[in-house]
Write a protein that binds this ligand. Structure first.
Ligand code: MLT
Length: 270
């Protein structure tokens, strides 16, 4: 991992390979490591950047509330610090997808394509937002175990939960290793995120939508609607995967990304 200095924190980032840049953004309450297999598969042919977002993994923490805007600004500052001037393909899983959509709104010219993986366009309902704020307060008092307990059963497909205890355990450890203040701050930012649905028809970039066929958090019906709303978007459903498609079916997700990157490179000439 490299460390890049942003205005107020250090950001840890895995920076592998060389060539046209791909940025992989993790979900909540995780780290860059959910993309390890995709980095391994794709970095030989291109530069793959996978940061730990502010408050996660080995990156610096700012307590309170961290908005999707802040995460998007951090990604832009990271690209500046790493002297990446050419357009990047930005892929985000779940919370990473919310950040990718906000990045599009703020930094369109820095993008050559977007990948929305196991994510949602809709904002939280008032009830969901209130529950998230309560969870944030509990995480600050009781630690990340609150999140591991509440989220793990919904992150994986039933088959993964039943037959791959080592994968489930490694994700549990990733969540338990998180900083309570960083996790709580991101949870509050998630509660306050906007509805991205009106944005979708305005996305004028190559877009790939990827979803695990058994994703219980951002189900295929919802992600299919996202793909239909974005002009020209490709839609790939990953069989036998839940919300953690890149971990549950790494080869299929890497293949979908590789095909998209080739096609996006052709259409943008990048
Ligand atoms: C994630 O995986 O990032 C979370 O499920 C996002 C969310 O809770 O909305």
């Amino acid at each position: 991992m490299k460390t890049v200095r942003l205005r107020d924190i250090d950001l840890a980032v895995s920076d592998q390979g060389s060539g046209r840049p791909l940025v992989l953004v993790h979900g909540f309450p995780l780290t860059h490591a959910i993309w390890d297999e995709q980095v391994r598969a794709l970095a030989p042919g291109r530069r793959v950047l996978a940061p730990d977002l502010r408050g996660f993994g080995q990156s610096g923490v700012t307590p309170g509330r961290v908005t999707m805007d802040q995460f998007a600004h951090d990604l832009a500052a990271m690209l500046d610090a790493l002297e990446v001037a050419e357009p990047v393909v930005l892929a985000g899983l779940s919370m990473g997808g919310y950040i990718a959509m906000r990045f599009f709104e703020l930094y369109r010219r820095r993008l050559g394509g977007l990948v929305l993986c196991d994510t949602r366009a809709a904002a939280d309902t008032p009830q969901a937002a209130a529950a998230r704020r309560e969870t944030a307060a509990r995480v600050e008092c009781e630690g990340p175990g609150v999140l591991a307990e509440g989220m793990l059963p919904r992150l994986f497909s039933p088959a993964t939960l039943a037959r791959r205890p080592e994968l489930v355990e490694s994700l549990r450890q990733m969540i338990l290793g998180g900083d309570p203040w960083g996790l709580a701050a991101a949870a509050r930012g998630l509660a306050d995120r906007p509805d991205f649905t009106p944005l979708l028809p305005r996305i004028d970039l190559p877009v790939l939508v990827i979803v695990g066929s058994q994703d219980a958090i951002s189900p295929p019906e919802e992600m299919g609607a996202i793909a239909r709303a974005v002009p020209g978007a490709r839609y790939v459903e990953i069989p036998a995967a839940g919300h953690m498609a890149p971990l549950e079916q790494p080869a299929a997700v890497s293949r979908a990304l590789a095909e998209f990157l080739t096609a996006a490179g052709r259409s943008t000439g990048s």
